[in-house]
Design a protein around this ligand. Structure first.
Ligand code: SAM
Ligand code: SF4
Ligand code: SF4
Length: 339
């Protein structure tokens, strides 16, 4: 089982199953046009199944399916069913915008998916139209309800807070999550690839989030868990638990055990990583499982990435990539590498 140069094990894999999306969130896909990955370059379910076996032999225990919008991938439940057959994979989760979740939830659960995270940035349909170019807010709410009804072990909500857009809904979203029985995590706006409109002034920092919650609800107690998860969790006096993912102001690279696979099979060691290992070529040129495992182990052992910490250390922090560099290599996009 490889550890990297900072002693971080390889335990979590995020798989982007498609770069396509049916929303256009302004913090992720603000442009009018995109360069899409060629269809034939997208890894097949057979290829993902095989890679999962290889990753499991190297220590991967948790998989999160993401994208783009993963539910745009035809018959995602059959991929889940295949991945769930790998005995060493203890947990399969999904991050989705929820638009297509209502009709998929039961089949996904039956296939072995145990945890679902739905992104929900606003409770106001008109804001979703303006900010994410989608009029399907009602479908997202139905998706959340269907996930709760399907009996997943965990249904969580992800909210990216943006100053001047939805920061005034923080407490309403927290209340919605409490009433729904879904743990919410507030995410700081990150300067990842794709976020071409990012600036520090639009980031709502963790400190401000906690202060606003405390002003309404009283004592906010950190649950000191010391695990490898990105969210820091907090509880309120009534037992409500919520999380904050402070990737921008308080990055947590030192405990990062996550690798990412882009939809076309590039293995990235960091969300901010520039170069990756081309797994598709290895698969399609006939490399053996042992060879592929050796290559993955090699790059992970040499890993020194601390992308968010390096960004936080910059004196003058602007956007990570301009449009031209995203167009030159769409793997730099958040929706291609998987958030
Ligand atoms: N389409 C799915 C969704 O939105 O849930 C899955 C892919 S999306 C890239 C995964 C997560 O990344 C979402 O929760 C989204 O809010 C988050 N995300 C995207 N761009 C972000 C940014 N610039 N800063 C922080 N989070 C971001
Ligand atoms: Fe929004 Fe997710 Fe689509 Fe990005 S991939 S535009 S975060 S729904
Ligand atoms: Fe991990 Fe890179 Fe994110 Fe840091 S920036 S937590 S190293 S993926």
């Amino acid at each position: 089982m490889p550890s990297d140069t900072l002693g971080r094990p390889l335990r979590n894999l995020r798989i982007s199953v498609t770069d396509r999306c049916n929303m256009r969130c302004r913090y992720c896909m603000p442009e009018a046009e995109y360069v899409w990955l060629p269809r034939e370059s997208i890894l097949t379910f057979e290829e993902l199944d095989r890679l999962t076996g290889i990753f499991a032999s190297l220590g991967i225990r948790k998989i999160r399916l993401t994208g783009g919008e993963p539910l745009l991938r035809h018959d995602l439940a059959s991929l889940v069913r295949r991945l769930a057959r790998h005995q060493d994979i203890q947990d399969i989760a999904l991050t989705t915008n929820g638009i297509l979740l209502a009709r998929a939830a039961e089949a996904l659960h039956a296939a072995g998916l145990r945890r679902v995270t739905v992104s929900l940035d606003t409770l106001r349909p008109e804001r979703m139209v303006a900010f994410a170019r989608s009029a399907r807010h009602g479908d997202v709410l139905e998706g959340i309800a269907a996930a709760k009804a399907a009996g997943f072990a965990s249904v969580k909500l992800n909210t990216v807070l943006i100053r001047g857009y939805n920061d005034d809904e923080l407490l309403d979203l927290l209340e919605f999550a409490r009433a729904t029985g879904a743990e919410i995590r507030f995410i700081e706006y990150m300067d990842v690839g794709g976020a071409t409109q990012w600036d520090m002034g639009k980031v709502v920092p963790q400190r401000e989030i906690l202060d606003a919650v405390a002003a309404r609800h009283g004592q906010v107690t950190p649950l000191r868990e010391h695990d490898w998860a990105p969210a820091e969790r907090f509880s309120l006096e009534d037992g409500t638990v919520f999380g904050v993912i402070a990737s921008t102001t308080a990055p947590f690279c030192r405990t990062c055990d996550r690798a990412r696979l882009t939809a076309d099979g590039t293995l990235l060691l960091c969300l901010y990583g520039e170069n990756g290992l081309d797994m598709r070529e290895l698969l399609r040129l006939g490399a053996s499982d042992e060879e592929i495992a050796g290559r993955i182990g090699g790059v992970w052992s040499a890993r020194a990435d601390r992308g968010a910490e390096a960004r936080a250390a910059l004196a003058d922090r602007g956007v990570l990539h301009q449009i031209a560099s995203l167009r030159a290599d769409p793997r730099r996009e958040m929706h291609t590498r998987g958030g």
